[in-house]
Ligand binder design. Structure first.
Ligand code: ADP
Ligand code: MG
Length: 241
């Protein structure tokens, strides 16, 4: 059982308040969705959880299983089992997907063994219809959808207990959306984990059924509900809450 607790969090970027008295608790076995207008701090929240130093936490705490994340570096946070699939995955020229994944996984696991790892990597790339892409440079020349599938492959190898998915559905065609949605759900059903999804669209939620849906505006959660809230948002938009 794992728990993320965010309490009274306030975050500045360039002296501008982005996260504003934000509170949220997520436990293993729960799927949360955050929806909200553009530019109100959704991606910032995910990056602050990973302690991206671009952002200045002025007050409040973020705790995972009793560890204060504000005091830890990003690699230590990842080792606690937190995984962020960012809105815009980065490209790294000169580093292959396979080498990147090997570095990440071997760093995390003391009993790392190369052969089973290579087999698992190859199988995952096949499962995602991305044969032979393991040896290409990390995300370089990948389509938007391929980058997002690559994130889910990383997730499968790192086996996180808290998964933060920032617009994982962007760039995916209908078939890929179904494939990615089902793969995320399959992981969720087979691991002791929680998921936080940031999305603008109901379509991903055809495959991943959330327990909680939150509306975020001006850096805080202004309303929480269940799946029915998604339908209400589609009807009313964000201006009438
Ligand atoms: P969204 O809810 O669309 O994900 P973001 O969290 O990306 O919004 O951004 C929230 C606000 O913070 C926006 O106004 C954005 O321009 C600003 N912001 C985010 N990151 C930075 C940064 N590194 N430097 C300056 N402004 C930033
Ligand atoms: Mg964003």
């Amino acid at each position: 059982m794992h728990t993320l607790k965010i309490k009274n969090l306030n975050v500045l970027v360039d002296d501008k308040k982005i996260i504003n008295d934000f509170n949220l608790e997520i436990k293993s076995g729960e799927i949360h969705v955050i929806m909200g207008p553009n530019g109100i701090g959704k991606s910032t929240l995910t990056k602050v959880i990973m302690n991206d130093k671009t952002y200045n936490i002025v007050s409040g705490t973020i705790e995972y299983d009793g560890h204060k994340l504000n005091d830890l570096t990003t690699d230590k946070i990842a080792k606690l089992g937190i995984f962020l699939s960012p809105q815009n995955p980065i490209e790294i020229e000169g580093v292959s997907n396979a080498d990147f994944l090997k570095a990440a996984v071997s760093n995390q696991k003391e009993d790392f063994k190369l052969l089973p790892f290579v087999k698992e990597v190859n199988k995952l790339y096949q499962d995602f219809d991305m044969d032979n892409m393991a040896n290409r440079y990390l995300n370089v020349g990948f389509s938007g959808g391929e980058k997002k599938k690559n994130e889910i492959i990383q997730m499968y190898l790192l086996k996180p207990s808290l998964i933060l998915l920032d617009e994982i559905d962007s760039g995916l065609d209908v078939d890929s959306l179904k494939q990615v949605g089902n793969k995320i759900m399959e992981y969720y059903q087979n691991h002791d984990c929680a998921i936080l999804i940031i999305t603008h669209y109901q379509r991903l939620l055809d495959y991943i059924k959330p327990d909680y849906v939150h509306i975020m505006k001006q850096g805080s959660i202004i309303k929480s509900g269940d799946y029915k809230l998604v339908k209400e948002i589609e009807k009313k938009g964000y201006n009438n809450w």
